[in-house]
Design a protein around this ligand. Structure first.
Ligand code: SF4
Ligand code: SF4
Ligand code: FES
Length: 238
């Protein structure tokens, strides 16, 4: 497999042909923000938080979808990118009802962490305050649409790892929503195996285990690496 040599944030790094800028950066300790990417799942470029500058390119590039090329010069943390990411987080916060003080994931939420990291101490946009529901029909899990950022991690893990494809996206734009099967209550799904993988990969409090109160929910993402490594390398190590 051919090796590509490139520069990320002034550091000379190498990656395998086909690897993305995102993967090579993280392998070298350069942390590019993300909300939709999860190692082991396909990438869809939904959140745009991983956008980076590539010298000579007019447009910003989604690091999770852009393969490394020989001689590339990449910048991941310029003021322009930081402002761009801040605006995305503000848009996400304004789009639905993210009330952290009463969320089961308060203190362990990836969106909340990112907002803090980017210095989002207020939102410059008008909140939309949509009227969204909470589906608590499943015996063990719940889905709060108010907290959903439509990253589709749950859809992909359910399809690509569990093989159930219970979750999907309905609608377009601001009317998009995560649905169960063809829009049935989760608890009535014939396809859901109740494996909980969707709950564990969800970055916010949108998917949660029942019985958790405010700030109690902690998610375990290690299981995904375990499954993917086991499948790809036949190594059953945690
Ligand atoms: S619990 Fe498992 S099968 Fe059910 S929706 Fe979530 S990932 Fe899919
Ligand atoms: S429910 Fe969670 S994992 Fe699924 S799209 Fe919404 S935020 Fe992402
Ligand atoms: S992580 Fe690349 S677009 Fe979301």
């Amino acid at each position: 497999m051919s090796v590509k040599t490139l520069e990320i944030d002034g550091r000379a790094v190498t990656g395998r042909a086909g690897e993305t800028i995102f993967t090579v950066a993280w392998e070298n300790g350069i942390r590019i923000p993300r909300l939709c990417h999860v190692g082991g799942l396909s990438d869809v470029g939904a959140c745009r938080l991983c956008l980076v500058e590539v010298e000579g390119w007019k447009k910003l590039a989604a690091a999770c979808l852009t393969p490394v090329e020989e001689g590339m010069v990449v910048r991941t943390a310029t003021d322009r990118l930081k402002e761009h990411r801040r605006m995305i987080v503000e848009l996400l916060l304004a789009e639905r009802n993210h009330v952290c003080s009463v969320c089961v994931m308060n203190g362990a939420c990836e969106l909340q962490d990112l907002a803090a990291e980017l210095g989002v101490d207020h939102v410059r946009l008008r909140y939309r305050f949509p009227r969204l529901g909470v589906d608590t029909s499943h015996e063990r899990f719940g889905m709060d649409h108010n907290r959903c950022i439509l990253c589709t991690r749950c859809v992909r893990v359910c399809d690509e790892v569990e093989g159930a494809h219970t979750k999907d996206v309905s609608g377009r734009g601001a009317h998009s929503a995560i649905i169960t099967d063809l829009g049935e209550p989760w608890g009535e799904s014939d396809t859901c195996t109740s494996c909980g993988k969707c709950v564990q990969v969800c970055p916010t409090g949108a998917l949660f285990s029942k019985g958790k109160s405010v700030a109690e929910m902690r998610k375990d993402r290690g299981f995904l690496k375990y499954i993917v490594t086991a499948r790809e390398k036949r190594q059953w190590i945690r």
